[in-house]
Design a protein. Structure first.
Length: 191
């Protein structure tokens, strides 16, 4: 009987790697950090617009430390200038900074892009989001060409969603309020 007990303990010890922590989408959480609008995210080449906070938890609902968290966009019109990634701390928390622009010169609407949030390669969420940016040509700087595109949209309106590519507060039209947001980002250039 004692021998059987020790064989059982040995099997549990050998099987322990099978029970290693794995990021669990059901217990993990994420929260978009959105400036002004809850209907879309907006991105800037220096990363001072929207962001993403993620808490990674295991299948045992425990925080996971040192986990690589990555955000990817499916639509190539969302021009990502630096990998959107962070490593979780002891509480399972990671903050992702989005340094990006948009190649929105061909279409007036905000970009509706698929995205995936993954932790150690495990997808936590795959969905879609509307994306706008003051870097409207996706050239890694908010400059004169972006202003020219913005000027084409000024006083225009479009139903939400998707809204206009230059409607940063997503109120249905491009107004002085949107220009104020554009002006705050003018000159921002990805390092």
């Amino acid at each position: 009987m004692t021998r059987l007990f020790w064989v059982g303990i040995l099997l549990v010890v050998l099987a322990a790697p099978v029970f290693a922590d794995v990021p669990d989408p059901l217990y993990s959480e994420h929260n978009w950090i959105l400036p002004k609008s809850a209907t879309c995210i907006w991105v800037c080449p220096i990363g001072d617009a929207s962001g993403l906070d993620v808490i990674v938890r295991s299948q045992f609902n425990l925080p996971m430390e040192n986990v690589a968290v990555v955000l990817t966009f499916a639509d190539t019109r969302v021009r990502v200038f630096a990998p959107i990634t962070d490593t979780t701390d002891a509480s399972g928390f990671a903050h992702l900074v989005i340094k990006a622009g948009s190649n929105s010169t061909a279409a007036k609407a905000a970009i509706n892009s698929g995205y995936t949030i993954s932790a150690n390669g495990v997808p936590l969420e795959t969905s879609t989001v509307y994306v706008v940016s003051p870097d409207l040509d996706g050239a890694d700087t908010v400059g004169p060409l972006d202003f020219a595109v913005f000027a084409l949209d000024y006083t225009q309106a479009m139903a939400i969603p998707p809204g206009l590519r230059s409607d940063y507060n997503q109120d249905g039209s491009c107004t002085a309020l949107d220009f104020a947001q554009f002006a705050l980002h003018y000159g921002h250039t990805f390092p």
